[in-house]
Design a protein around this ligand. Structure first.
Ligand code: UD1
Ligand code: CA
Length: 473
């Protein structure tokens, strides 16, 4: 499709009163991504960012900061007086800033996030084919209550007479099944010729963009409707409940995409998987797993129940046992994590390494084949290959003011219950006796221990018990 004649307007200035939330509506998330980011991504699949105009208003700075990296333009609608007013503001901005207006305008709603690029392309195609002044994307959901209704000239006709908002529906129109999605194509000149004629004479006291339909029809201009193939992709999110419905719809689509690519997901309805997550074939995901953000998982992994993996990269053949939390972590091929391990940001777990029960790592590299299997904290540490970190070992990385590094060479054995007071380094092949508190470097191949000598008193228990028994008499 030829989209060079199109610019895209995204209406995103509204407050979202019905959400009862401090956060601006378009920054609420479905599928792990802000509503507005979804809409911008769909727009960018058709036109370059320079041709996208995002109309912001309520908490404009916050909204703008959140989506600025996409490179779109912003237009400020300081007071929000309705969707028609949003386009009036855009009109004024375009007339000042561009020598030549775009021939057509695709208008999107910032709160209709599941819209697919294919559907937008179909809409634009139809708009051009029909030589329409306005083309409206519609759907027929189970319950149309709350939406504006699209009234066609006659059943089956592509031609539209008007869009009537819910509160203005006459009793005989209440059952009208076809809803306005809030997504339209306009011939820019036709739209702009009507915007200044809109009135606020309606139950909301707002300028309705939807009134433009009947105004164009009155001028004998062609206004047509295009029904979307799936209902969910045009549903709006005015309440938290609607938002969560869209979230579920998007996540089940993501799970279906992964399963189609060869990933096994048991009880996908219990898993929370963000849209951008990638998983390679033959990986198995158990119930109640969350995979969030830009997470990538290799082939033949097993992710067991109750684990949460976010913004992390997992190699091939990795097992993540139950109840692990991984955040901005990297895990090499064949590693085993958990149960109940917490890998915090900048944890890099090498190939075939193990991080086991109740272990925490932060900004730590654990070399190939190294093991920290029980009750350990490793922070700001660089650990070599083939190292054994005993149960209960702790890197004391923080002196109350600064963080310090622990460096451990290859094949080191750190006995259980050792505290390593950083900064400290242990050379290759060093041994540390259990229960030590080390404050000084250990050279390669050396044994270090700080254990007080053991005292053993033979027969002590019997003597003690006899004493106690004598006292009781
Ligand atoms: C709108 C349509 C309705 C349609 C529904 C689909 C109108 C009058 N009604 O109703 O026919 O069925 O969408 O979801 O257009 N916005 C601004 N500036 C404003 C007001 C709104 O930018 O002054 C933005 C909002 O942030 C939102 C979008 O426009 O992203 C739609 O506004 P909203 O108030 O949600 O309209 P609806 O009542 O849902
Ligand atoms: Ca809405």
């Amino acid at each position: 499709m030829e989209t060079t004649d199109f610019a895209v307007a995204i209406m995103a200035a509204g407050k979202g009163t019905r959400l009862k939330s401090k956060r601006p509506k378009v920054l609420h998330e479905v599928g792990g991504r802000a509503l507005l980011m979804h809409v911008i991504a769909a727009a960018k699949s058709l036109v370059p960012a320079e041709a996208i105009y995002c109309i912001v208003g309520h908490e404009a700075e916050r909204v703008q900061a959140a989506v600025a990296p996409t490179g779109v333009n912003f237009v400020l609608q300081e007071v929000q007086r309705g969707t028609g007013h949003a386009l009036q503001i855009l009109k004024a901005a375009l007339e000042i800033s561009t020598a030549e207006l775009p021939k057509h305008l695709l208008v999107l709603s910032g709160d209709v996030p599941l819209i697919r690029p294919e559907t937008l392309a179909e809409l634009c195609d139809l708009h051009l084919r029909e030589r329409a002044a306005m083309t409206i994307l519609t759907a027929v959901p189970d319950d149309p209550t709350g939406y504006g209704r699209v009234l066609r000239r006659s059943a089956g006709s592509p031609e539209v007479m008007a869009i009537v908002e819910q509160k203005s529906l006459k009793p005989d129109q209440l059952a009208a099944p076809e809803i306005n999605s809030g997504i339209y194509c306009f011939e820019t000149a036709a739209l702009f010729s009507k915007l200044d004629l809109l009135s606020t004479d309606n139950p909301h006291g707002e300028f309705y963009l939807t009134d433009v339909a009947a105004m164009l029809v009155a001028d004998k201009r062609r206004v047509v409707a295009h029904q979307a193939a799936s209902v969910d992709e045009v549903l709006g999110a005015n309440t938290i409940a609607e938002m969560m419905h869209l979230d579920q719809s998007m996540r089940s689509a993501t799970a279906r995409r992964l399963m189609a690519q060869g990933v096994t997901i048991f009880r996908p309805d219990t898993c929370v998987i963000d849209a951008e997550v990638e998983v390679a074939p033959d990986t198995v995901i158990e119930p109640f797993v969350q995979l969030l953000g830009a997470t990538k998982i290799g082939a033949e992994c097993l992710i067991r129940s109750y684990s949460v993996v976010q913004h992390s990269t997992i190699g091939e053949g990795v097992t993540i046992r139950n109840g692990c939390i991984l955040d901005h972590a990297e895990v090499g091929n064949g590693a085993i994590i958990g149960p109940y391990a917490h890998l915090r940001p900048e944890s890099r777990i090498g190939e075939q390494a193990h991080v086991g029960n109740f272990c925490e790592t932060k900004k730590t590299t654990l070399g190939r084949g190294s093991k920290a299997n029980h009750l350990t904290y490793l922070g700001d540490a660089i650990i070599g290959e083939g190292v054994n970190v005993g149960a209960g070992v702790i890197t004391c990385n923080y002196d109350g003011v600064h963080k310090h590094t622990t460096t451990i060479g290859d094949r080191v054995f750190v006995g259980s219950d050792t505290t390593l007071v950083a900064p400290i380094s242990l050379g290759d092949d060093a041994y540390v006796g259990a229960g030590s508190c080390l404050t000084k470097p250990v050279p390669a191949g050396a044994l270090a221990l700080t254990r007080p000598p053991q005292v053993t008193k033979e027969g002590w228990t019997a003597t003690r018990r006899a004493e106690l028994a004598a006292r009781k008499k």
